[in-house]
Design a protein around this ligand. Structure first.
Ligand code: IMP
Ligand code: MG
Length: 175
């Protein structure tokens, strides 16, 4: 399929916003240890920028969940491909995502954490959010940017596994 790429949010704007989020997180956790759990692979670029700006003890862990195909969106059946490595009992956990689209993935991850991890507090942080596409009502504590209902790439987000390394956010426009 033919497509072109259009810039959406430039590098400086993304970097500045990530710094703001980090300062807010730092303030909210006020010297407490924060366990940042990134959802692979999309969150990696955002997470690595974010944690460098948080001046409070940060512990990093990752989890990998399967995304459903577009034809099965309604099932929202999310499988855990890789669970966290660390024992998160009694910890302050911040789930870090690249983008919240329908919200189904995050809803399942939140439920899983609440049912089986015994964390002390659970919050969520995403670089991008597409509010127009939301199918479930979920609370997101930290949002970098709201984006329109378009396919976005860069800063960890891929199109067919490519473009995760773009240092800015762009839109894929199908022609
Ligand atoms: P949700 O469960 O519908 O919220 O989907 C979230 C996941 O779908 C994200 O973690 C991304 O991996 C993927 N996703 C949703 N929208 C986009 C997009 O515009 N570009 C790239 N990946 C996307
Ligand atoms: Mg993802």
């Amino acid at each position: 399929m033919n497509y072109r790429i259009e810039n959406l949010i430039d590098r400086k704007t993304v970097e500045n916003r990530i710094k703001e989020l980090a300062k807010q997180i730092e303030k909210d956790y006020a010297g407490e240890e924060v366990y940042c759990v990134g959802l692979l692979k999309g969150s990696v670029v955002f997470l690595s920028d974010l944690v460098k700006e948080i001046n409070t003890p940060v512990i990093i862990d990752f989890m990998s969940v399967s995304s459903y195909g577009s034809e099965t969106v309604s099932s929202g059946d999310v499988k855990i491909l890789k669970d966290t490595d660390l024992d998160l009992r009694g910890k302050h956990v911040l789930i870090v995502e690249d983008i919240i689209d329908t919200g189904l993935t995050l809803e399942h991850v939140i439920r899983y954490f609440k049912e089986s991890k015994g964390v002390k507090t659970l919050k969520t942080c995403t670089l991008l959010s597409k509010p127009e596409r939301r199918k479930v009502n979920i609370d997101i504590d930290y949002v970098g940017f709201d984006v329109p209902d378009k396919f976005v790439i860069g800063y960890g987000l891929d199109y067919d596994q490519k473009y995760r390394n773009l240092p800015y956010i762009a839109v894929v426009v199908f022609e």
